[in-house]
Design a protein around this ligand. Sequence first.
Ligand code: MN
Length: 310
Amino acid sequence: MDDVQDIRLFIEGSRHLLILCHSNADPDAVASAYALVRAFPCVTISVRSDGISRPAKTMLGALGATLPCDDGPYDAVLAVDTATPEQLGACKDLLPPRDRLCCVDHHAVSILDAGVSCRRGATSAAEIVWDIIGRHAEVPVRKALLCGILSDTGHLRYATRDTFAVIQELLGDDIVFEEIYSLLREEIDLSQKMALFKAMQRMKVLRAGDFLVVRTAIGSFESLVARTILSAGADVVVIVNEKRGGRIIARASRRAVEKGVDLSRIMYDVGLEYDGEGGGHAPAAGAKGVNDFKKAATQIIDTITALLSG
Ligand SMILES: [Mn+2]
């Protein structure tokens, strides 16, 4: 337990502590930061990350929780749920020399060079933070940590006996476990549902070898539509937004990317060819400002089906 005591002393000894979460911070990172903020009310703490994930935002909203973030200077930095400097994204520049850096992490390979650290092979950072804050906290903090555990264990699929022991402590006698799932679930409103079903009615499903490629069109909520169609089993989905100046987005499954589909490349080429611009990442990319979005979308589909049929 000595490492836990070291972390506490490090936090209490700082005047303005900056907690850094990895980029696109997930519920585990955000819950860990939130719990630390609440557990040390006498220390001025700010929390930063290069973006925050959708489930983490949903969780904070459902808990009515906010994370404090004031400008520096910070005299100490605590990195949580972060294994390498690269995982901090743009916040990498905020890393101090090792004597002013402290690290709380649960990843198997964790190489941040910190003067003080607490690294264990737990299933989530939240479980380590629970130790650091003395295994005692108000209901919203315990709910957040439970969200962190759910999120990092694939909704308990990868939970171990140790995970369940911590869950039992976190629940206490005042939290209903089922409620934790609802904190991570995004509510879909009526207009989103309408967009979803409209897009589904317009779907064209193409088979390319063992893969399914779906093309559809919708005026809003493209990413919700894309996620839903992928989770229904499509390997690639291409969505045309005819309203917004010919915007086209596409998403691909891991299987399709492994087969050679690089949507960022495809969108870049199409953007260039049709006087617009395109790019993104291999599994998620888009193009906008193209002069003939119908032709451009057809070309995108043709390129993808050719790659998947090969
Ligand atoms: Mn984690």
